[in-house]
Design a binder for this molecule. Structure first.
Ligand code: SAM
Length: 219
């Protein structure tokens, strides 16, 4: 192991203890995934030294890699098991998809910005995340051909709960997404049952916009 690797390992361990465990995330699968995924490889070299800090970072194209805690909180909210097939909307850097892929059986992830889509694809190959399937399109419509999914996570803020995503959940399936205006949102968890959906508000958050047919209009 190089000196750099050892340094990043220590920073990652500190991130998990101070930012994630200390704020009440308890799911051992989530904690193990956050301890394992090399977050510094999902940001540009110039920002690597900040990769384990307690805030989001720019990834180009006016988009961001989310704060580590929100990644952990949203992952925990999905209640994942090792057999689950998960859909993520908003691949971005690919970090959240990698965390999901450490826990679930397969992750389907959609990105609407071509540069980000290509960069994440290459990184998944390099890091051998063979259980991540990527797509370049408008994720607000979901991925009907691959559904239904046991869990769906949207990592961009939506003005409403896209109906297409609820339709693509299995019975018992969980959907977690930020809903609100473009400045602030509430993190909403939806669980689908045979008789309908149950909705829970997990608290305030702030994400870039979900742009698409069932999200915000571009511009
Ligand atoms: N999950 C990402 C990560 O781990 O780096 C962070 C995502 S960033 C906060 C939100 C991403 O959602 C951006 O990359 C943005 O381009 C993407 N996005 C926005 N609207 C989208 C849509 N309709 N379909 C797919 N991706 C979308």
């Amino acid at each position: 192991m190089s000196e750099d690797d050892a340094l990043y390992d220590r920073r990652r361990e500190e991130m998990v203890r101070r930012q994630i465990e200390a704020r009440g995330v308890r799911d051992s699968k989530v904690l193990a995934a956050m301890r394992k995924v090399p977050r510094h490889l999902f940001v540009s070299e110039a920002l690597r030294h900040k990769a384990y800090e307690d805030y989001p970072l720019p990834i180009g194209e006016q988009q961001t890699i989310s704060q580590p805690f929100i990644v952990a909180e949203m992952t925990q909210a999905l209640d994942l098991t090792a057999d689950d097939r998960v859909l993520e909307i908003g691949t971005g850097s690919g970090y959240q998809a990698a965390v999901l892929a450490e826990i679930a059986f397969r992750v389907y992830t959609i990105e609407r910005i071509h540069n980000l889509y290509m960069r994440a694809r290459r990184l998944f190959d390099e890091l051998r995340y063979h259980n991540i399937v990527t797509r370049y399109s408008d994720g607000s419509l979901g991925w009907k051909e691959e559904g239904p999914f046991d869990a769906i996570m949207v990592t961009a803020g939506s003005p409403l709960v896209p109906e297409a995503l609820v339709n693509q959940l299995t019975i018992g399936g969980r959907l977690v997404l930020p809903v609100g205006d473009q400045f602030a949102q509430e993190l909403i968890k939806i669980v689908k049952s045979p008789t309908g959906v149950r909705e829970q508000n997990l608290g305030g958050c702030r994400f870039v916009k979900l742009i698409g047919e069932q999200g915000w209009r571009e511009g």
